[in-house]
Each structure stands twice: as structure tokens, then as C-alpha cells.
Design a protein around this ligand. Structure first.
Ligand code: ADP
Length: 369
């Protein structure tokens, strides 16, 4: 066997063993060769295909354009994907069409340039892409419905609650005048519960509002955190807290939402402090794996391992109201905001020593991690 024959044999074996359908086409658009896989994919015997126009494997509706593409390929022969951006279809002997992806490779032979087309049946991939699309669409609709429900429900709940609160105040004044001490104290419980419910409803309303009317812009986190601390001045002074703001970046993000995020984390860091320690809160950021990772660190009461995940769930609190004020919605807000920025939020903490809340912000908004 001479080297030429040896090469030919190797090529032939490779073509036959290929897990893709391979079709060799000459410059007249005729099929010069097909491998085994192509036989089983198109359900033709080799002998039925060789010598036929390639059109036999192309559905009628695409045939008109096809000779033009073949000529173009012979004009500029190079290895490339066929029909980028278009959906391509092939047809089996029984007339069944199926979606395909086709790679074209020019092969120089003594008879001139031939085209080797590698054809992949992408029916399964298309099906799962379609399913994923339907699923994503359904999820989006469900989410919208849920948010709408949340918004309307919270809105409508406000009204009867406001009536309870204002009539409660009328009753309260009457009871005060009549010095009905016991009834007055019962009335105050009712009023307190109603106010608490109002707070919860407001929290829910705010939660469903996050993500509406988003405006992406460059946000200077240094200026933002300083302004949040100005707003929190009363609480900071009352706790005697020290806030250290390190060098923070400018990020592409949603300013109003980022403000709420820092406000929640910093006010929690002050609120959950230990009475025996001066509260110290450090706000810092670093670049990590192509993302900004922010941290809000405190030297407060800390959080046990088993609670570190559940505190991000809406209305989850670890303390009685008389220990620490709150509704349990702040960290759920934080999580929603960070997810809007395609990031993650988590806490590392040791009870009695303090907590570090971390969250990441993608450098390129609109892209998932
Ligand atoms: P709220 O502050 O209204 O209770 P959050 O959703 O902000 O609600 O927080 C949920 C719970 O997580 C808090 O009740 C508290 O138990 C815990 N937590 C949050 N931040 C801290 C912190 N910095 N240190 C210790 N515990 C915290």
C-alpha cells in the first residue's frame, strides 16, 4: 500500500466512524459520498444517495435558495457553520423534516474542491430549548401575578386597618376621659397590634414594589453609604456606634434599591449590637472573580449557624419584639435587591462575636453569573 492509499483508507475509516452524519458534495451539488451515520439519519441506503443532487436531503421550501448558497461556498470555501442565525431543516426518505446544524468544510482533492458537510440532528436540543422558554415564560407570568396579588392584597388590607386604628383612637380618648384604666390598656393592645400589622403590610407593599421602575445607572457607593449613614444619624448616635466606610466602588446598579440594601444592613448591624461593646460597623468592598463583593461587618450579637440561611426569608426573626424591634422583612428585601443585580447575599457569623454580611454585584448588569 502506498502512502496515498494509506491516507485514503484512514480518512475513509474516520468518516465512517464519525458520530455525525457526513455528506461529501461535489461542485455540481451532487452527493459524492455519505457515511453510515448519514444513512441511518436520512434512512436512505448509500447507493440511493450517491450521485443524487443534494436537494434530495433538503425540504422543498428551502430548495430555491440552496443552489445560490452552494455557489457562494465554492466562491469562498472555508470551514464554517452553515446558515448562522437561520433555522435549518433536513428531510428524511419518509418525508419527515427535522432541525439540523450543519458544519461545512472544503476538502481539496485531485478532482477539485469538495464540500464535506457534517450534519447534526438537533431535534432534542430544540425541544428542550422550547420547553425551557415555555417554562421561563410561565414563571415570569406567575411571578408577575404573585407580585400583583401581593400589591393589591396589601393595598386593600390597609383600608380596614386604618379604620380600626382611627376608631381605636376615638375610643382611646373617650376611655381616657372616663378614666377607664383597664379598658384603656386593652384598647392600647389593640392599637399596638393594628399598628404592627400596618408595618407588616407596608413592608409587603415595599417588597412587591422592589424591581418596578428600575433605572440602571452608575452608582457611587461611597457617596451612597455616607448619605445612608446621615439618614441613620439618630440611631447611630443613640447606640454610640462607630461606622467605618472604606473605599467603595462606583457600580452599575439601581440606586434606590442599593440605598435600601445598605440601609437595612447597616441599621441591622447597629440594632443587633451587644450592650457591653461599642458597636463598630465596617463597610468595605473588594473585587473577587470579576464581581464586587461588598461586606457589612459588625461586632454584635452574631447569628448561629442553623439560622444563617433562614433569616433571609420574609418575616423570619430570631427574637421577640420586646428584645429587638422589627418586622423580619429587611433581609428579604436585601436578598431581592441583590438578586436584581445578579448577585448573591450571605452571612458569616459567630454568636457573641459579630456578623459579616456579604453580597456580590456583577460588573456587567444584565448577565447572570
Ligand atoms: P428585622 O431586623 O426586622 O427583624 P431582618 O429581615 O432585617 O428583620 O432580619 C431578620 C433577622 O435576622 C433579625 O430578626 C435578626 O434575628 C437577624 N439579624 C439580621 N441582621 C443581624 C445582625 N447584623 N446581627 C445579628 N442578627 C441579625
Amino acid at each position: 500500500m502506498n502512502p496515498g492509499q494509506h491516507n485514503e483508507l484512514t480518512f475513509h475509516l474516520m468518516v465512517e466512524a464519525s458520530p455525525n452524519a457526513l455528506v461529501l458534495i461535489n461542485s455540481d451539488g451532487k452527493i459524492a459520498y455519505v457515511n453510515k451515520y448519514a444513512e441511518s439519519l436520512f434512512q436512505y441506503k448509500k447507493s440511493e444517495l450517491i450521485g443524487q443532487q443534494l436537494g434530495i436531503l433538503i425540504p422543498d421550501r428551502f430548495k430555491k435558495q440552496h443552489p445560490g448558497f452552494v455557489n457562494m461556498f465554492y466562491k469562498y470555501p472555508e470551514t464554517r457553520q452553515m446558515g448562522k442565525g437561520r433555522d435549518l431543516f433536513a428531510i428524511k426518505k419518509n418525508g419527515q423534516e427535522f432541525p439540523v446544524e450543519i458544519g461545512l468544510n472544503p476538502i481539496v482533492t485531485v478532482e477539485g474542491i469538495l464540500v464535506l458537510a457534517a450534519i447534526i440532528d438537533i431535534t432534542d436540543r430544540k425541544k428542550s430549548e422550547e420547553l425551557l422558554q415555555i417554562h421561563t415564560h410561565e414563571m415570569e407570568i406567575k411571578n408577575k401575578e404573585l407580585e400583583q396579588f401581593n400589591y393589591i392584597a396589601s393595598h386593600d388590607l390597609q383600608e380596614p386597618l386604618n379604620t380600626i386604628i382611627s376608631w381605636g383612637e376615638v375610643l382611646e380618648r373617650k376611655l381616657e376621659r372616663k378614666r377607664e384604666v383597664e379598658m384603656l390598656s386593652n384598647m392600647l393592645f389593640i392599637k399596638e397590634a393594628a399598628l404592627r400589622m400596618k408595618n407588616l403590610i407596608n413592608g409587603l407593599l415595599e417588597y412587591s414594589r422592589i424591581g418596578r421602575n428600575l433605572e440602571l445607572k452608575q452608582v457611587d457607593c461611597n457617596a451612597l453609604v455616607k448619605s445612608v449613614c446621615d439618614d441613620l444619624k439618630a440611631a447611630i448616635d443613640k447606640a454610640g456606634a462607630k461606622i467605618e466606610i472604606r473605599k467603595l466602588p462606583v457600580v452599575a446598579g439601581y440606586e434606590l434599591e442599593l440605598r435600601l440594601l445598605f440601609q437595612n444592613l447597616i441599621s441591622n448591624a447597629i440594632k443587633f449590637s451587644r450592650s457591653e461593646e461599642t458597636p463598630v460597623v465596617i463597610v468595605d468592598a473588594e473585587l473577587q472573580n470579576g464581581k464586587w463583593r461588598f461586606k457589612v461587618e459588625d461586632n454584635g450579637i452574631g447569628i448561629g449557624k442553623s439560622n444563617q440561611e433562614k433569616i433571609f426569608t420574609i418575616f423570619q426573626r430570631l427574637h421577640q419584639r420586646n428584645e429587638y424591634e422589627g418586622t423580619g422583612i429587611g433581609l428579604a428585601h436585601c436578598q431581592k435587591i441583590v438578586e436584581l443585580h445578579h448577585g448573591k447575599i450571605y452571612v458569616e457569623s459567630e454568636p457573641g462575636k459579630g456578623s459579616v454580611f456579604y453580597f456580590t454585584i456583577n460588573l456587567n448588569q444584565g448577565q447572570n453569573q
